[in-house]
Ligand binder design. Structure first.
Ligand SMILES: [Zn+2]
Ligand SMILES: [Zn+2]
Length: 498
């Protein structure tokens, strides 16, 4: 890796980060707006490499160039969790297939509206722009590939007058667009319709499941694993799988696959027909599901398979043990498996809501309504830990800690204690609390002179954050603007003291 020394040069023109603009996209835009023909020259002049900021390194240097706070850049880059895994906005991504760092893709229509790079254009599992319903493009109008050596967003660096705006391109398959919309909603980009099974999965897992279900429909009963690529155009297969899941037609597909198994099964050497079991009746699909860890991977998919299999043959106790057979209540460990938490933690949550006695009573096993377990599983999936509160509220981590300790923030499950459980908060409750404190105010693009964000205010004023919260609660601190209309502490503006 080359070491670059910051020579202290500051570009004359700087830019304001756009929402959904990643730090590496900002590097391009900075280079272009300062009239530099090569990204490389710009990197050398400011002493920051794009590959560094993309992984969250040297953000301070980029923040200086942008005249902004490092915290404004933190959810705009990848976080390294292992050699091959990254996270972005809390979602796990693999470096091999999920993130493009060489190929650059764009939606020309998005670019026409606002010329900046959207972070999700880099995701391998996204094929289209959900806003414009078109495929992303990765080539300039001159036919050369777009890359991260270019500077201008709309063209490659090799030609004079190429432009992606000159390309003609067709509307994408609406189901593929809806799948992309669903995957992106997991990153907080736009909203998507509910999709059973896919809703409970991470973006990369949801992408995989859509492909597997599409492949199952396309090729029917097979013993050998089938990849979406085996069935023709992989994206079309995924779109097909997405549609099946949204319409709740997977049971229908499983019926058909089972029927194919029954007519194609071959006699054993003793001349007997093999009986249907979970391992053979649905071919590769159940083997693949086992490889992905069955019901721990997708409880909903496990429920669909169990419901389908139960009606056809006898399931043994160790087939999906955590997935309830038909019936209204489940036991504590089944419910904990559904909520993906430890039984003792689920017990604490249930006790907190008055649903079970807090003390264990010998000989009276806890039975829980399935609907209650599902609701808690849903709440847990949306719950956040203390570490996430900073990015949600815009307050520094020390301030968050103070407020949690003082009990000012709505806390769902207090942490610490003998079990060293971590604190859990319901995202919705924290947002409601924040909105009660921060009144509506006009959206502004930049902070006017003499104003300050609420996140900075206690420092400047030299009072505790707790005191500021009390003042907000009593209406003693006016908010007269919201940066980009965002209603959090890092965006709400108040008058600077003094
Ligand atoms: Zn677009
Ligand atoms: Zn070109």
């Amino acid at each position: 890796m080359s070491v670059v020394r910051a020579p202290g040069w500051m570009p004359h023109l700087w830019i304001r980060p756009e929402s959904d603009e990643p730090v590496h996209g900002m590097m391009l835009r900075l280079a272009a707006s300062n009239g530099l023909p090569r990204l490389r020259s710009f990197e050398t002049m400011v002493g920051v490499r794009t590959h560094q900021v993309r992984l969250g390194d040297r953000l301070d240097a980029l923040a200086k160039v942008l005249r902004c706070d490092v915290s404004d850049l933190q959810d705009r880059c990848y976080r390294r969790t292992s050699a091959k895994m990254r996270t972005f906005r809390g979602q796990t991504l693999g470096t091999v297939k999920d993130i493009h760092t060489r190929i650059r893709r764009v939606c020309p229509l998005c670019l026409s509206e606002r010329p900046f790079h959207r972070f999700w254009w880099d995701f391998g599992f996204v094929a289209t722009c959900p806003t414009h319903g078109r495929h992303l493009v990765s080539e300039c109008s001159c036919g050369r590939p777009l890359s991260w050596d270019d500077v201008e967003l709309h063209k490659c660096r090799m030609c004079e007058d190429g432009s992606v705006h000159r390309l003609t391109f067709d509307l994408a398959d609406p189901d593929l667009v809806s799948l992309d919309r669903l995957l992106l909603s997991k990153f907080g980009v736009g909203n998507a319709d509910a999709a059973p099974v896919l809703d409970e999965l991470s973006p990369r897992d949801a992408f995989e499941v859509a492909g597997r279900v599409g492949a199952l429909d396309a090729l029917g009963y097979r013993t050998k694993w089938v990849e979406p690529e085996d069935c023709g155009e992989a994206n079309a297969v995924r779109a097909r799988g997405y549609r099946i899941l949204v319409e709740g037609r997977l049971p229908e597909i499983l019926d058909r696959v089972f029927a194919e198994f029954m007519v194609t099964r071959e006699r054993t050497e003793e001349g007997k027909l093999p009986l249907p079991r979970i391992d053979n009746a649905y071919g590769w699909f159940v083997h693949w599901f086992r490889f992905r860890k069955d019901e721990d991977f997708s409880p909903t998919l496990a429920r669909i398979i169990v419901a389908n299999a139960e009606a056809k043959f006898r399931l043994t106790a160790d087939n999906y043990p955590k997935t309830a057979r038909s019936g209204g209540t489940i036991n504590l460990s089944e419910a904990a498996a559904m909520a993906r938490c430890r039984p003792r933690n689920l017990r604490r949550l249930l006790a907190k809501e008055g649903l079970i006695r807090p003390k264990i009573v010998k000989g009276s096993p806890v039975r829980i309504e399935r609907s209650v377990a599902e609701r808690i599983a849903h709440d847990l999936a949306d719950a956040i830990g203390q570490a996430d509160l900073s990015s949600l509220t815009g307050l520094g981590s020390e301030c968050v800690k103070t407020l949690v300790r003082a009990g000012s923030l709505p806390c769902w499950l207090r942490g610490g204690g003998a079990e060293a459980h971590r604190f859990l908060f319901r995202r919705r409750e924290v947002v409601e609390w924040m909105h009660r404190l921060i009144p509506e105010a006009p959206a502004v693009a930049r902070a006017p002179d003499g104003s300050l964000t609420l996140a900075r205010w206690p420092y400047e004023r030299k009072i505790s954050v707790k005191r500021m919260i009390d003042m907000l609660a009593h209406g003693d601190l006016a908010v007269h603007g919201l940066l980009n209309g965002k209603r959090d502490f890092a965006s709400a503006l108040t008058r600077a003291p003094g």
